[in-house]
Design a protein around this ligand. Structure first.
Ligand code: SF4
Length: 193
């Protein structure tokens, strides 16, 4: 559908294919490096992202980037960061199925042009888009590897907004499990390179 990533981004920035185009401040196409081997997919822009036009720059995004940095992965070098939906839903509500379908061409273009080796799904909305057959919860599937049709390895992890509500680092807590999952991603990246 798009000839290249730049065309997809330009189309996204003026898109009104769903009603979110009426209420957004800025569409949020992507952040990080297009050369990265890891693509991180979240749910949708929040207030800060909507204002700045950058993904994962609010409190939860900053926490996620801090956790990635702790395992040696830097936003601008190692990660290509996107959301399932490119415009902020009012009051940060969950995107509707119609909105996800309307926005899907942008995510498909990003997957096709970036060709990531590893895809990290943050939260249930990203899981439902990339692993539509999967009905288990994030808690049940996090840390496991799945195969994407492109050949990429896919792992679901907790959304960082969930981690903001769980501060403990004790064994078995969400933050401790997230650290294990990110370490596993680094390990898998080493095997693929
Ligand atoms: S959410 Fe996606 S489909 Fe809807 S207006 Fe924004 S860019 Fe277009």
């Amino acid at each position: 559908m798009f000839q290249n990533l730049a065309e997809a981004q330009a189309t996204c920035e003026s898109c009104h294919a769903c009603e979110l185009g009426q209420t957004r401040t800025k569409s949020v196409f992507a952040g990080g490096s297009p050369l990265a081997k890891i693509m991180v997919i979240g749910e949708a822009p929040g207030k800060d992202e909507d204002e700045q036009g950058e993904p994962f720059v609010g409190r939860s995004g900053q926490l996620l980037m801090k956790l990635f940095a702790e395992v040696g992965l830097e936003r601008e070098r190692d990660l290509y960061i996107v959301n399932t939906i490119k415009c902020r839903p009012p009051q940060n509500r969950k995107p509707t199925q119609a909105e996800k379908e309307a926005c899907r061409p942008f995510l498909d273009a990003q997957l096709a042009f970036i060709q990531p080796q590893i895809i990290v799904l943050c939260g249930a909305t990203a899981v439902s888009s990339l692993l539509p057959q999967e009905k288990r919860t994030i808690t049940q599937i996090r840390g496991q590897w799945f195969d994407h049709a492109s050949g990429a390895k896919v792992m679901a992890v907790f959304h960082p907004s969930y981690l903001l509500r769980h501060h403990s680092l004790d064994a078995g807590t969400p933050r401790s499990l997230m650290r294990l999952d990110l370490a596993e991603i680094v390990s898998a990246l080493g095997e693929k390179c």
